[in-house]
Write a protein that binds this ligand. Sequence first.
Ligand code: AMP
Ligand code: ZN
Length: 475
Amino acid sequence: MSGLKLYNSTSHKVEEFVPHTEGKVSMYTCGPTVYHYAHIGNLRSYIMEDILEKYLRYSGYDVNRVMNITDVGHLTSDGDTGDDKMLKGAKREHKTVMEIAKFYTDAFFADCKKLNIRKPDTVVPATSYIGEFIKVIKALEQKGYAYTAGGNVYFDTSKLSKYYVFGDVSEEDLAVGVREGVEADDNKRNKADFALWFTKSKFGDQELKWNSPWGLGYPGWHIECSCISMKNNGEYLDIHCGGIDNQFPHHTNEIAQSEAYLGHDWCRYWFHVHHLNTSDGKMSKSKGEFLTVSLLEEKGYDPLVYRFFCLQSHYRKSLVFSYDNLNNAKTAYDKLVARTAQLIKEKDTSPVDENVLNVLKNSFIAAMNDDINTSNAVTALYDVFKADTNAATKLAAAASMDEVLSIGIIDRAEKLIAADEQQDIPEEVMELVEQRKEARARKDFATADMLRDKIAEMGYIVEESRQGTRITKKV
Ligand code: AMP
Ligand code: ZN
């Protein structure tokens, strides 16, 4: 395996990565709360987590990645207060909570696809795991870690020897009951206690409720991730991912309840992605321009340019989004694609020089092993184009690195070549190509074949593939 070193938020150190079971990695990612589109800040976290997952696979690990979909229980303040995010979304759009959940779950995965983010092996909507949550909450109650007050079930943080595992949290930072405009929950015995199950919801119109030993109600947000991970990844989790804002209280609470339930340590490495900010500060779905992948596309950006933009900086540094910065990334990306296209056009059939390929790959591996240093990994990719070797070797190296980086340079380069070729095609030929497309669309294959022959007589070959129609000049 690779010699990967990863920063671990619990130890505050870069550590050698050693999974619990040799050769296998269990990985958990906090999924989206599906009450609205994901903004590109949320997607920065998923891009960097995707890079980590793909690099682990690239290094030879058998990875099992699990993600939840939060479709119940996430309140506006992570400290169990504020409005229910799903209910807010449903009201905004005059739809049911489940309609909203379905729509934004699909939208999330559509965005991921555009950004070349692999879908996790297992994706679990929280609403499908209610029985599992009840089982774990009951066990926590039996072990003396949970109490009922005012109809809700709470986790008793005073039962733990160490609760703030990621570091000290000041009283001021405590989300529970101290934020401006947020009422304290008098049911809690300790300020840091958190809800496992609500029956006395302050939302009278809460749509989704389930029977439980504590009455009709719904789960808290934190219990979702613990249960979904433990059920699908087992008792020992190797890597837990999320945005840095999830460290407290969400991940802190996940650790508290999972370890109380299991009776032993739970997750070894905590991987936190720092925020994407705007020049005015934190990215938001309600203030300023709501930055989504679709918006970037409307403005003419390839979503993979955004992915490339994210890779240029380290996941543990906050990143400022501006169109100027994105334009710089676009210029660099376009150059990379153009250089790749040049290599493809060489149609080099000579063998790949395995020694040079390994040297090139090793500098990429060294960058990635260094706590997923994607900006150095991108430099390793640039070095491929400068290397003193043949086009076949360069292309093999670039393709190998792109298995992890997933900026689609080969695909985009092929598209660029096809588009360039298209420009030199005479108008009469293009006219026939259009007619052929229409014939194929109405399944009139006899006409389509006849038109292909006609195009061939004029000296051009027309081919259809998943990427679209390609026309090339006969040689
Ligand atoms: P949510 O849909 O609000 O549950 O958030 C989904 C993921 O995005 C979580 O892992 C958050 O920690 C992360 N996240 C939220 N805001 C940002 C941001 N501005 N930059 C990067 N990640 C973020
Ligand atoms: Zn979570």
